[in-house]
Write a protein of this length. Sequence first.
Length: 461
Amino acid sequence: MCKVESVMKVAPPVLEMENMSRHGGLTRRQNSSYFRTFLSRGASLVRGGTALLFSLALFAGLASYARAADTSSIYHTPLAGEPGQIDFMGEKVTIPPLDRSDMTSITLGASLLTPQQGGTTALPVAVFYHRRIKDEYRARYTVSLFVNELEYDRNLGSVELVTHFENYTLPVQQSEVLGGQEMKGTSLYWGTLLGSVGAGWRIPVYPREVDNDLRLQLLGRVGYFYADTGKDTAANLSVPNDTMLYGARARVHYDTMRRNLLELPHQGFAAGGDLDLMHRYKWSEQSATAARGGNRDYLQLSGYLAGAAGIPGRSERDRLIYCAYAGHTFNNNGDRFNAFRLNGASFPSEADDVVRPHYTGIIYDNIPVTSYATVSAGYRRELTFFLYLSLYGSYIWADRATVEGANRVTFRGKDGGAGTITLDSAFLWDSSFYLAYTWESGVIRNGRSGGGYTVMWNKLF
């Protein structure tokens, strides 16, 4: 079953052109036999490679056109929240300042999977996003009905009171995938609700934008897990007990990144990590390889690095972009219910969304893994001040959920790669759109390669 967790989109301000009527806002958003098997994989590689070569040719042509149009020896890319003026098609475009400390947006879109993943061909996306940062408090909410994340931090002087809530409560059966096919016998209704409260320490760091800070947090966590069978659940499938959850989280987050007008990474980096210790009060063994004593208690460590940089000898229009994520569940205590869930979506940029593990070959799906390491790197070209074209590749290794024997869910090591081409553009009415194509070698569909297309529209209020 495919899921959506986070789609962070934001948008820049309305623009004005001299000697012309006022224009709408231009913006960006704020995831059988050996021989037959060999031939099938080879054909998939050819199809995927052809699509990527075509995308690369298109990318090179547009980039060459943009370079020819760039006659300025010194060019400054418009940055998020920063006022300025741009020459565009013989007109002066005025970019007014934007208060990035108070932003509300909605994102709508969909992904088309080719071939389908399990029983899923298309994935709709709908997310409400709100961020407000004041001297007294910091609030951030992402709401997509069944998967939500809410955080409110209160400034108490030298420390912060941090409160956080998240839920993962899809109202549909969730099953695992093998060879691109849905294994219906593994279907279950299950979900988690988790609240956290604790102390935090936060200081601003260079370049001192609203999302540039060093954060340290230590939180106590209380939650609830539930699971139930559905009409497709196999009779021999192990079903865990409903149970209370107790634990603690230590988090560090450091962000020096400047974002451009479309909130894409432009310069600097973000880095950090989480250490989570959890206890499941009532629990039946769910991991065949867990250490003695079962996996009622588990410890997980994760970390990330994401950013952008210039290219020596090139203008600000040309950027290198990169991200890396890794995570580990100690003592083989991972299972399908406490696994990390790798997110796809666009290249990470929003200050809090960058925390979530991204594998850019995923198209709005969440892949359960107990340990993982993934790295992505690429090139982005500013075709004009509101239009950006990106090309990047990704590699991943992960202990991924798979199905063995009589509907037994286990985890096995798998590695793969992906290639992605994206177009980010401002649009009318304080909105933006995002287009992407991705080809991936087989980690997403657990043994079957394929691709997909994504389109999203974001509206800033």
